[in-house]
Design a binder for this molecule. Sequence first.
Ligand code: NAP
Ligand code: ZN
Ligand code: ZN
Length: 349
Amino acid sequence: MLKTPAYAAPAVRAPLAPFSIDRREPGSYDVLIDILFCGVCHSDIHQVRDEWTGSTFPMVPGHEIIGRVKRIGDGVGKFNVGDIAGVGCFVDSCRECEYCRRGVEQFCDKTAAFTYNGTEMDRKTPTHGGYSTQIVVDERYVLRIPSGLALAAAAPLLCAGITTYSPLREWKCTKGDRVGVVGLGGLGHMAVKIAAAMGAEVTVLSTSPAKENDARRLGAHGFALTKSAGDFEKLAGRFHLVIDTISAPHDVNSYLLTLRALGTMVLVGLPGEPMPLAAAALVMASHRLAGSSIGGIAETQEMLDFCAAHKIVSDVEVIPIQKINEAYERMIKSDVKYRFVIDVASLKK
Ligand code: NAP
Ligand code: ZN
Ligand code: ZN
């Protein structure tokens, strides 16, 4: 076993604190990665606070992992020692079911091994995420990071990037489409950059007036404050596609009415509480409401290559791990510009 310094939530809602975990010795197809940076996703907060229920503790969060390959098993063909590699939201799956064969391993019939707050496919060994100095993962579930991407800023692509790229592709975002991005946080700012690169005319719908200049700098053509019901009037019937990234319960009906007839709104945000749906907001103009969960390995690699080609990375605030609890508090207040990324060197001190 490989002794590994980490930061963990010892119990539900407890502050994160130093912790030690054991990683397995790399097997034939495993890659041992020295973690350099790990992004901080709002999903880390939901799970530490058990807002989706079923969380297990102690929990070492983190699923936006970038590092350098330190050691490889004798069967590894995709990586060499010294390569830069990435790990996203899952680290294994059954590899045989319909979903695994289709490359949407996140829906594996046997339940994928999520990077943390889950188990390996043996269903016994708990998984631990990237708030730690190293991780061992089968090469099939490790991403190649294209050269030329700044490493700290590329880490959030492994979750925020793929989670927004996947629905934009699925719903065929294309040149000239009017796309609304709801919530300008980690996911939202990636959605703006990626949709703009796909040629869409992007409008940010935000509750934070101070984010307007940033929204335009990130590539948005428009900005709409959505603090009160009246703010929605001028947006009625406007968008072909809306990507909703809000992390807290909100009135989805107001946002549905910003769609054109036959337009689609995709929820990627995952508030822990149910949200009421008014049938009329959906039915009267044949609006469609969909959800989207991360993305498979092949699509994640496609997204990384797309981002490299378009020079897209995240706008990050790099923090030492010792500031993680403060970063959570700031994210809950929507005070994020636009992704916190942990410099894992701070864990080695
Ligand atoms: P984040 O960085 O904290 O950003 C969330 C943004 O939502 C905030 O910056 C804020 O934007 C807006 N917001 C927050 N509370 C709000 C409220 N009460 N009313 C209206 N707007 C509010 O979070 P994130 O990391 O982007 O994650 C967003 C959500 O996506 C989380 O629920 C996360 O768990 C989920 N997620 C889902 C997937 C998936 O596979 N579907 C993957 C990753 C994350 P403004 O300041 O602009 O209003
Ligand atoms: Zn995430
Ligand atoms: Zn499977």
